[in-house]
Design a protein around this ligand. Structure first.
Ligand code: SF4
Length: 411
């Protein structure tokens, strides 16, 4: 598959956005961003709904004196963390999240995390990772967060084996997947991230690793260093992707394909019925993906093969061939696949193509709508339960909805 590489101005969110879904998943975790007022604003607007709940994230704001090197940021950070932990005894794991400003002034949060964990005498697990947007896209925030967890995972006993599903899944999807793995005969199955950051799953040479999200390549590499073996599979989006994902796990576990087919028969039938309606609405429509979430390739594959859409262009922030190998084989021949972004050139192509639907970041959606293009926010595809058979129709609906809206508004 030929890939066009582009370098230039990019229009993506930073990794702090990952906090929005990570804090929902790991119920005992607190995320303290060490950043500027811009970072605080991003978090508050991206995760604004949380103002109605007890928040599990905050920003320790670096002031001008910190940024100019006139104050000792470490002293200030120690004070903020000590106060926070005294006020919130429910915090089991504290993530110190680096941002662009903290990285620019080279604030060493790894060392700070070690120092603070020692001062808490093991009462709280304290870890650091980077959510900075200097050179990354927004889903990489999850990858850096999970990579930080890997050294803390306990060792899987030598004679044992287990399946480890990698990448955040909404609890409802995790439960469905756990049930299907049990029916197929695969056990034990663990998930990373877990629902409690303090209860990390084990890893070792007996671990088979199955990625549920395509943007966790660094975590997969860190787990491989601890002995885990990555199973090559498409991602569980749509019927085809989900079937192939379970089949790859079963084959790696040494189980026959019939076991999988028997376990998934009912969910597949439900998904077929649910998808039929949306297939009618989506077939023949042209769609472009701007590089943003790393989900572009598997979602493009689902929309073209199961919903009959035409892929005008699929852009990815970066192409991780190891994580995408099975997906690349399923893409239609002749696809215009781009890696990286040169924003103006990409927008020129988009204006020329004028697809029926454009999947892009929040910052581009409104200006493109004003130009008469119909858009879908890519970040919504990361928040929503879209994996697996029972969510296949919901996934298709997320793309049909903006097309319907445009049609209804047309006069
Ligand atoms: S981490 Fe960087 S890109 Fe993200 S909000 Fe803060 S300054 Fe902006």
């Amino acid at each position: 598959m030929p890939v066009t590489r582009e370098r230039g101005q990019r229009q993506v969110f930073c990794g702090l956005a990952g906090i929005v879904w990570l804090h929902r998943k790991m119920q005992d975790a607190f995320f303290l961003v060490v950043g500027s007022r811009t970072c605080a604003h991003l978090l508050q607007s991206a995760a604004g709904v949380m103002v109605f709940a007890e928040p599990r994230f905050a920003t320790a704001i670096l002031q001008d004196r910190d940024l100019a090197g006139l104050a000792d940021c470490n002293e200030e950070l120690d004070r903020v963390v000590t106060e926070l932990l005294a006020r919130r005894p429910d915090i089991g794991t504290l993530f110190l999240v680096a941002s662009c400003p903290s990285e620019v002034i080279k604030l060493d949060l790894d060392t700070a995390a070690e120092r603070l964990a020692a001062s808490q005498q093991g009462r709280v697990q304290i870890l650091a990772y980077s959510g900075s947007g200097l050179d990354t896209t927004f889903t990489q925030g999850e990858d850096t967060c999970l990579t930080a967890l890997v050294p803390r995972m306990p060792e899987l006993p030598a004679a044992e084996r287990s399946l480890l599903v990698l990448g955040t899944l909404p609890d409802i999807v995790e439960d469905q997947f756990a049930r299907l793995f049990a029916e197929i005969g695969i056990a034990p199955v663990h998930f990373l991230p877990p629902r409690k950051a303090a209860e990390l799953p084990p890893v070792g040479p007996g671990t088979l690793l199955l990625a549920a999200q395509p943007f966790v390549g660094e975590t997969a590499a860190a787990l491989a260093k601890r002995g885990a073996t990555l199973i090559e599979a498409p991602y569980p989006f749509g019927i085809e992707g989900s079937r192939a994902w379970f089949a790859a796990a079963a084959a790696a576990w040494g189980l026959p394909a019939e076991r999988v087919e028997a376990a998934i028969a009912a969910p597949v039938a439900r998904a077929e019925r649910g998808l039929a309606n949306y297939r009618e609405q989506l077939a023949g429509k042209r769609i472009s993906f701007l590089p943003d979430s790393q989900l572009e390739i598997p979602l493009g594959r689902f929309l073209s093969r199961e919903c009959g859409m035409q892929l005008t262009e699929v852009g990815v922030p970066y192409l991780d061939r190891r994580m995408m190998a099975a997906e690349l084989e399923l893409l239609p021949a002749g696809l215009r696949l781009t890696e990286g972004q040169d924003l103006e050139r990409q927008l020129d192509r988009l204006r020329q193509d004028r697809p029926d639907l454009t999947v892009c970041g929040l910052g581009l959606a409104n200006p493109l709508e004003a130009e008469g293009l119909t858009t879908k926010w890519s970040i919504e595809l990361v928040f929503s339960p879209v994996h697996g058979f029972d969510q296949a129709a919901d996934l298709a609906e997320l793309f049909a909805r903006p097309l319907n809206r445009r049609q209804r508004l047309a006069f």
